[in-house]
Design a protein around this ligand. Structure first.
Ligand SMILES: [Fe+2]
Length: 187
């Protein structure tokens, strides 16, 4: 598959895409239906990003970065918090004041996460890893993000069947996470 830079470049590009979607939301007036469309896109991007980070980035951080366990634990906590906000957000339409409140909360959480990773975690990872390792991690992360939630035939044999992936009633966050990570892998 194509080589699109090392893991830090790859994940920083994700952050920029999410920030662009946040800006789109902020530029629209409260109640505009398009805000919900962008929020759903943000959710899909963020779940993809989180699953890839959890599968490959944080294990590498734990193994290679001094003090990496504490760093990874903190990031996982942040992910769990943001994920809850995204789940809550699914329940409201764009014209509901609760939606505005939750979008605002999510933006604050994610912007903090992004700053934290880019200013603290990424520099420390770069110091601890060879360029080859960072490239290799970049490939793995890209591969992990590629698995689309609606794809009917997951390529890996350990993935759940499509009827489980598309379980009715499950929210966007859960469907995405199940499809990307395989049900039962998460703690
Ligand atoms: Fe990130």
């Amino acid at each position: 598959m194509g080589h699109g830079g090392d893991v830090i470049t790859e994940l920083t590009t994700d952050h920029q895409e999410v920030e662009e979607l946040f800006t789109n939301i902020e530029e629209l007036p409260a109640g505009d239906r398009q805000r919900k469309v962008y929020a759903d896109q943000v959710t899909m991007e963020l779940v993809r990003h989180s699953v890839a980070e959890e599968a490959y980035l944080y294990p590498a951080v734990r193994e290679l970065v001094p003090g990496g366990d504490a760093l990874a634990d903190k990031e996982l906590e942040d992910h769990a918090e943001a994920e809850q906000t995204m789940k809550d957000m699914e329940n409201y339409e764009a014209d509901d004041p609760q939606f505005d409140m939750l979008v605002g909360k999510l933006m604050t959480e994610i912007r903090t996460h992004i700053r934290d990773e880019e200013n603290n975690l990424f520099p420390r990872l770069r110091e601890a890893c060879s360029p080859e390792m960072l490239n290799e991690l970049g490939d793995k992360v890209r591969q992990a993000k590629k698995t689309a939630p609606t794809r009917p035939h997951p390529s890996a044999p350990d993935k759940p069947p499509a009827n489980k992936i598309l379980a009715p009633g499950a929210g966007l966050v859960d469907r995405m996470r199940d499809a990307l990570s395989g049900r039962g892998k998460e703690s």
